[in-house]
Design a protein around this ligand. Structure first.
Ligand SMILES: Cc1cc2nc3c(=O)[nH]c(=O)nc-3n(C[C@H](O)[C@H](O)[C@H](O)COP(=O)(O)OP(=O)(O)OC[C@H]3O[C@@H](n4cnc5c(N)ncnc54)[C@H](O)[C@@H]3O)c2cc1C
Ligand SMILES: Cc1cc2nc3c(=O)[nH]c(=O)nc-3n(C[C@H](O)[C@H](O)[C@H](O)COP(=O)(O)O)c2cc1C
Length: 619
C-alpha cells in the first residue's frame, strides 16, 4: 500500500473536532456517493483525493489526524447488493431486493458485479450477492473478474464483513447453484460472517426469493442506519437502452408475421425462420439480445397426460393462488415437456415403482432420466392410485419462458424481430415428443397469431464498441442467429460511411443442400466485402464428420493472427458439445501458434473473456 493511501485510511476525526464535525458528518446519501467514488479510484487517485480533501478542510479551518476506529463504522450504514446474471433473472431479483431494502430506509448500493471493483470488498460491512450459475457449474460472464479476484491470493481477509448469498440455478444441472455456493464458501473462508443462510433457488425461484429478500431486510434493518429520507438512495443499474413498459413480468402481446421452414425436405432438422411484429410496443433491442417467448403447451399432449392419470380435465386446481381447470393449468401454467428430478422423485415415491425408486440412489442417472423423459412418459410407467390432481399439479414446475437469440437488427427490420428456431422433436417409444416453445412457435401458432414476448438484454454478447475491430463468429446450427443480426448491424453502419473491421464466420450444419441456413445472405455479404471470410463445415457430406472446430484448426495460423491483432471472438449455439469442443480447439490453436503451454493458452482465453473479447451465447 502506498504511504499516502495508508495516511488516507487513517485520516479520520480527532476528539477535538468530533463534536463540530458530528453535526456536519455525512448523511447517507453523501456517504454513498463518497463510497462509490472511492471504490472507483486507483490507489494514486485515492492518495491525490485525500490530499485534496485535506487541503480543502484546512482552508475552512478543520485539521485532520489519526483517530479512533469507530468513526469508520459509518460505512456500515450502506448495504451493497451485487448481482451476477447471465440471462436477467438474478438482476430482476436483486433489483426487487434493493427496492425492499430501500423502502425500509436502508441505504443501498446496487451494482452489476461486473461494474464492482472487487478490491473495495475490504471496506464493505454489509454485502448481499445474488448470483446465477451458467454453463456447467460455471460463473456468469459478468462475475468472472470478481470471482477470479475473490479466489486469488490477493483477496483480503474480511473479518468485518457481514454477508449472505441468494443463488439461482436449475436442479436439472449437475452443479446446482454452484456459483452461489462458491461465493458463500469463499466469503466464509475469508473470515466474513454469514447473516442469514444462503438460499439455493430452483427455476421456480420467485416466491422463495421474495420471502428471503423480505426476511433478510428485516434482519438487517436494525443494524443498518434506518432513515426514511433514504428511500431514493438505491442506485439502479444503468440500462444501455431505454427501458420499455414491457418486461418479463409484463410481456407484450406481439403477432407472428412469418414462420418459414428453412431446412430442406430431406433434412433431419426442422429449423424455422420466424418473424414477429412488435407493432407500436416501442420495444427496442440491440444485436446480441434475446427474445423471451411465453408459450402454451400442446392441447393433445395435455389430453394424453390427463388420460394417463385418470383425472378429469374439468377438475379445479389452484396454481399460484389462482383457480384453473386441470386442462387449463396444464396448458398455460405448468411445465409438462421438461421434467425436473424432483418430479421423478415425487412420482417414484407416490407410485412406489421399483425402477423409479432405484433411480433415487443415483443422482446422475436420475438427472439423465429426467432430462430425457417428459412428464407423461414418467407417469405412464407406473400408476399412483392415491394421488390427487392438486398434489400432482403441486409437484410440477411453473412455466418459464424460453429465450431465443435475436437474428435481426432494428436498423434493418425496424419494428420486427427475427428468430431462428430449431424445433425440438424426438422419439420416445412409439411416440414423437416435441419441445414446448419451439413447437408452439414453429408449428402450432398460425401466422397472425398472438405471442407474449419480452426483450432480454445481453450485455455479454455485443459487437465491439469500435467498429474497426475485427470479429470471428462461430455459430453452427441455430447458433448463427446473432451473427445474422451482427451482419445487418454492420451493413447499416457501412451504409452510413462507417469504416469496419474484418469479419469471419464459421458455420456448420449436417448437409450443404438441406441445412445451409441463409446461404444467399452470407454469399451476398461475402460479395459486398462486408463478410471477409466464410468457412463452413457440413458434418454429413463426407465419410468423416467435419465440424466448425475442424475448420478453426485448419485455419489455426490465421485465427491466431486475427486474435493477436485484436479481433473479438464469439461462440453461439450448442453448449453441451460444440462450445466445449470449440473452446478446446482454441486452446490448442493458441498453444501451438503462440508457443504456449496449455495453461498459458487457457489464461490467454481467460484474459480475452474478462476483456469481453471472447463472448459466448450458448444453450
Ligand atoms: C440465451 C439463449 C438463447 C437461445 N437461442 C436459441 C435460438 O436462437 N434458437 C433456438 O432454436 N434455440 C435457442 N435457445 C434454446 C431455447 O431457449 C429452448 O431451450 C429450445 O427451443 C427448446 O425449448 P422447447 O420449449 O422447445 O423444449 P422443451 O419443452 O424445453 O424441451 C426440451 C426438453 O426435451 C429434452 N430432449 C431434447 N431432445 C431430446 C431427445 N432426443 N431425447 C430425449 N429428450 C430430449 C431436453 O432434455 C429438454 O428437457 C436459446 C436458449 C438460451 C438460454
Ligand atoms: C446455458 C445455461 C447453463 C446453465 N447452467 C447451470 C448450472 O450449471 N447449474 C445451475 O444450477 N443452473 C444452471 N443454469 C440455470 C440458471 O442458473 C438459471 O436459469 C438462473 O435462473 C439464471 O439466472 P440469470 O438469468 O440471472 O443468469 C443454466 C442456464 C443456462 C441457460
Amino acid at each position: 500500500m502506498l504511504p499516502e493511501q495508508q495516511k488516507f485510511n487513517q485520516n479520520v476525526l480527532t476528539d477535538k473536532n468530533q463534536q463540530a464535525l458530528g453535526q456536519a458528518s455525512l448523511d447517507a446519501k453523501q456517504l454513498l456517493l463518497l463510497q462509490q467514488l472511492s471504490t472507483s479510484l486507483s490507489p494514486l487517485q485515492l492518495a491525490w483525493s485525500s490530499g485534496y480533501l485535506a487541503a480543502k478542510s484546512e482552508q475552512v479551518g478543520v485539521s485532520i489526524s489519526a483517530t479512533p476506529v469507530q468513526q469508520q463504522t459509518k460505512t456500515a450504514s450502506i448495504l451493497t447488493i451485487l448481482y451476477a446474471s447471465q440471462t436477467g433473472n438474478t438482476k430482476g431479483v436483486a433489483t426487487k431486493l434493493a427496492a425492499i431494502a430501500s423502502d425500509a430506509g436502508i441505504a443501498v448500493n446496487l451494482k452489476n458485479i461486473a461494474d464492482y471493483k472487487a478490491k473495495a470488498l475490504k471496506s464493505e460491512s454489509y454485502l448481499l450477492i445474488v448470483s446465477s450459475t451458467n454453463g456447467e457449474g460455471e460463473v456468469p460472464d459478468d462475475a468472472l473478474a470478481f470471482y477470479e479476484f475473490l479466489f486469488s491470493k490477493k483477496a483480503p481477509k474480511l473479518p468485518n464483513l457481514k454477508y449472505s448469498v441468494l443463488a439461482l440455478g436449475d436442479s436439472s444441472y449437475e452443479f446446482f447453484c454452484q456459483t452461489g455456493k462458491d461465493f458463500d464458501e469463499r466469503l466464509t473462508a475469508l473470515g466474513a460472517k454469514q447473516v442469514a443462510p444462503r438460499l439455493d433457488c430452483d427455476v421456480d425461484y420467485q416466491q422463495q426469493a421474495s420471502t428471503w429478500s423480505a426476511n433478510i431486510v428485516e434482519t438487517l434493518k436494525d443494524e443498518l442506519t434506518v432513515d426514511s429520507t433514504l428511500a431514493d438512495v438505491v442506485t439502479l443499474p444503468t440500462a444501455s437502452v431505454v427501458e420499455s413498459q414491457y418486461s418479463k413480468e409484463n410481456p407484450y402481446v406481439a403477432e407472428l408475421s412469418l414462420s418459414q421452414k428453412i431446412t430442406g425436405r430431406d433434412s433431419k432438422k426442422d429449423v424455422r425462420h420466424i418473424e414477429i411484429d412488435l407493432g407500436d410496443s416501442g420495444l427496442t433491442y440491440q444485436v446480441g439480445d434475446a427474445l423471451g417467448i411465453y408459450f402454451e403447451n400442446d392441447a393433445q399432449l395435455v389430453d394424453e397426460l390427463i388420460a394417463a392419470l385418470d383425472f378429469s380435465a374439468d377438475e379445479n386446481v389452484t396454481v399460484n393462488g389462482k383457480e384453473f381447470t386441470l386442462a387449463k393449468a396444464l396448458t398455460t401454467q405448468l411445465e409438462i415437456t421438461q421434467t425436473a428430478p424432483s418430479f421423478v422423485e415425487f412420482w417414484a415415491k407416490s407410485s412406489q415403482d421399483k425402477a423409479l425408486l432405484a433411480l433415487l440412489d443415483d443422482k446422475n442417472a436420475l438427472r439423465e432420466f429426467a432430462n430425457t423423459h417428459q412428464v407423461v412418459d414418467v407417469v405412464s410407467r407406473a400408476k399412483s392410485e392415491s394421488i390427487t390432481a392438486q398434489a400432482f399439479v403441486d409437484a410440477l414446475r411453473h412455466i418459464t419462458p424460453r429465450l431465443y437469440s435475436i437474428a435481426s437488427s432494428q436498423s434493418e427490420v425496424e419494428d420486427e424481430v427475427h428468430l431462428i428456431v430449431g424445433i425440438v422433436a424426438y422419439q420416445q417409444g412409439d411416440k414423437t415428443r416435441a419441445g414446448a416453445a419451439s413447437s408452439f412457435l414453429g408449428k402450432r401458432l398460425e401466422q397472425g397469431g398472438k405471442v407474449k414476448v419480452f426483450i432480454e438484454h445481453n450485455n455479454n454478447f455485443r459487437l465491439p464498441e469500435n467498429p474497426k475491430t475485427s470479429v470471428i463468429m462461430i455459430g453452427p446450427g441455430t447458433g448463427v442467429a446473432p451473427f445474422r443480426a451482427f451482419m445487418q448491424e454492420r451493413e447499416a453502419l457501412s451504409d452510413n460511411g462507417v469504416e469496419l473491421g474484418k469479419s469471419w464466420l464459421f458455420f456448420g450444419a449436417q448437409t450443404f443442400t438441406q441445412d445451409f441456413s441463409y446461404q444467399v445472405e452470407w454469399q451476398n455479404y461475402l460479395k459486398s466485402g462486408l463478410l471477409t471470410k466464410l468457412d463452413v463445415a457440413f458434418s454429413r457430406d463426407q465419410a468423416e464428420k467435419v465440424y466448425v472446430q475442424n475448420r478453426l484448426q485448419e485455419n489455426a495460423s490465421e485465427v491466431y493472427q486475427w486474435l493477436e491483432q485484436g479481433a473479438h471472438l464469439y461462440i453461439c449455439g450448442d453448449a453441451n458439445r460444440m462450445a466445449k469442443d470449440v473452446h478446446q480447439t482454441l486452446v490448442n490453436i493458441i498453444a501451438e501458434q503462440g508457443d504456449k503451454t496449455t495453461e498459458q493458452a487457457e489464461t490467454y482465453l481467460k484474459i480475452l473473456r474478462t476483456n469481453k473479447r471472447y463472448q459466448k451465447d450458448v444453450y
